[in-house]
Design a protein around this ligand. Structure first.
Ligand SMILES: Cc1ncc(COP(=O)(O)O)c(C=O)c1O
Length: 383
């Protein structure tokens, strides 16, 4: 019998979720709004320092609505971090705009402030107008270099929409990711810091913006007794059932963050000294990643094994790992999109691997992962 499977990042319930779902059934609030939605939004808003939050059907929907609120229209350009999941960029296309991709810096793996400025200047030169928005991502929970990104954005007066889908609970200089930009998206997909089975949220800067987001998320219905629409709307609101799961999950968010951080530190400690392995780590004390996923870089020349060979060895031991996100500028669907880069995200993509990091992993599970990585490195005879 093979050993039990170790998954990359599984959802973990607090036990409180059922209570809120039951409440929704008992009061017949089985609709895409209701008391759980309001309470979940309040919980999230309080967590993010008092920002108004709108609960939606997905993080992707949040980015889409965010772009609409920023006035992104057909023909506009929007700058997006290239090293990310496709959901960061696809809503740019939904809005009829064009993505411009910018490479990462080496330390945070997130958008390089220097390349961002280079891209803005070049787009102004080439198109005669400024990009309409900037989407930095706090990938794998690591805060982007947000102070420098905001400084560039302010210099050219371009709004920032943070993609905080993977970074709930991460902090930069004591402030939570998702509370920096004019807007931010969160995701509660099954593998994220907390889940609502599927869902997301738009973090706003002021209540007016949140009202506008709710308006677009509920089919843009005009204030009339009949159904009248002067604008195109969407059906993007979170259901009261999903929000019930979210309320339960909020009670274990801090515990989830602590556990993912603890797992990261066990990996780092237990794998220290292996040649050719390095980690995505907080570059300075200002950065405080939630370590949503612990990521490693494997240098074949020193390790004797590539990240993909390692992935296959792990798979043979019933352990799930995953390559890093394939950068958007390398995606067939985005071939032809402008890209400003220096090879950083390609380098990371070719050598990186995400390790199992879910909050329900036991220390023994982590030890098993460590053991197989050590075995894979030893197999090469170099260590
Ligand atoms: C970086 C990033 N952005 C956006 C999303 C989209 O979130 P959702 O799956 O809730 O639409 C995800 C996750 O799926 C993500 O990892």
């Amino acid at each position: 019998m093979p050993p039990p499977r170790i998954h990359l990042s599984l959802a973990h319930m607090s036990g409180e979720e059922q209570k809120y779902i039951q409440e929704a059934f008992d009061t017949n609030w089985v609709v895409p709004l209701g008391p759980n939605v309001n309470a979940f939004e309040k919980n999230l808003g309080d967590y993010l320092g008092g920002r108004p939050v709108v609960a939606l059907s997905s993080g992707t929907a949040a980015i889409h609505l965010g772009l609409l609120l920023l006035g992104v229209k057909a023909g506009d350009e929007v700058i997006c971090q290239s090293f990310t999941f496709a959901a960061s960029a696809n809503p740019i296309v939904y809005a009829g705009a064009k993505p411009v991709f910018v490479d990462s810096e080496q330390e945070t793996w997130n958008i390089s402030p220097a390349l961002l400025e280079e891209a803005i200047l070049d787009r102004i030169k080439k198109t005669g107008k400024k990009p309409k928005a900037i989407i930095p991502v706090h990938l794998y929970g690591m805060p982007a270099r947000i102070d420098k990104i905001l400084a560039v954005a302010r210099k050219y007066d371009i709004p920032v929409l943070e993609d905080a889908a993977e970074s709930l609970g991460s902090e930069y200089a004591g402030q939570k990711c998702g509370a920096f930009g004019e807007l931010a998206c969160l995701s509660f997909n099954g593998n994220k810091m907390i889940t609502t089975s599927g869902g997301g949220a738009l973090v706003c800067s002021n209540p007016l913006q949140a009202e506008k987001a709710k308006f677009y998320a509920t089919q843009a219905r005009d204030p009339a007794p009949y159904y009248q629409h002067t604008e195109i709307g969407y059906n993007y609101r979170m259901s009261n059932i999903c929000a019930g799961i979210g309320r339960g999950q909020m009670t274990v968010l801090d515990a989830h963050i602590q556990r993912r951080r603890a797992i990261h530190y066990i990996y780092k400690e237990r794998l220290a000294g292996l040649p050719g392995i390095s980690f995505l780590i907080n570059p300075t004390d200002d950065f405080h990643s939630n370590h949503w996923l612990t990521c490693i870089i494997v240098e074949k020349e020193k390790a004797g094994v590539t990240s993909d060979e390692l992935r296959l060895i792990m798979e043979a031991h019933n352990i799930e790992t995953r390559p890093l996100w394939k950068p958007m500028h390398l995606q067939p669907v985005y071939s032809g999109a402008p890209f400003y880069g220096d090879g950083t995200s390609e380098y990371l993509f070719e050598r990186g691997l995400c390790l199992p990091s879910g909050p329900s992993l036991t220390d023994e599970d982590v030890e098993r992962v460590v053991g197989v990585i050590r075995y894979a490195f030893d197999k090469t005879g170099k260590n």
